[in-house]
Design a protein around this ligand. Structure first.
Ligand code: DQA
Length: 143
């Protein structure tokens, strides 16, 4: 089963959105990097982004039956969404949270994410490489 790699709001703007924080790589660049790493590990990924909380929840529910693990960068919703936390808890597959930046080194409102309560682990602060490392971790958890 594929590893679901899900990205939340505003990450479609990657590359042009606050590049000093999030880097110059686009989400398509990130997708290609994840795809390459997954392929080298003999795994498949489903890579999706949405700005909508309910859509992300639908995909998490899909991963519950169609996926082996979830890598999620919940973006701003990580800090606010109990509904996404609930969906991840219900998913019953390993969850790896990832962030391009290191939220712990930023504003205090970014120091906590609800998603972490459902995550096996978190990869933060390595830009696009956070996603790749998270895919590796997810693959390792479901080998
Ligand atoms: C982010 C960090 C969040 O605090 C922020 O709301 C984002 C992106 C990251 O990847 O660094 O949108 O998840």
């Amino acid at each position: 089963k594929p590893i679901y790699v899900l990205s939340g709001p505003n990450l479609n703007l990657l590359g042009t959105r606050e590049p000093e924080i999030y880097g110059h790589q686009t989400l398509e660049d990130v997708r290609k990097l994840c795809e390459a790493r997954a392929t080298s590990l003999g795994r498949e990924i489903v890579f999706r982004q949405s700005n909508h909380e309910g859509v992300l929840i639908d995909w998490i529910q899909e991963a519950r039956t169609e996926g082996s693990a979830i890598v999620i960068n919940p973006a701003g919703y990580g800090h606010t969404s109990i509904a996404i936390l609930d969906a991840l808890k219900a998913a019953d597959v390993p969850v790896v949270e990832c962030h391009l930046s290191n939220p712990a080194a930023r504003e205090t409102f970014r120091h906590q994410t609800y998603v972490s309560l459902a995550a096996t682990g978190v990869v933060s602060g390595f830009g696009a490489a956070s996603y790749v490392l998270a895919v590796e971790a997810a693959a390792g958890l479901t080998a």
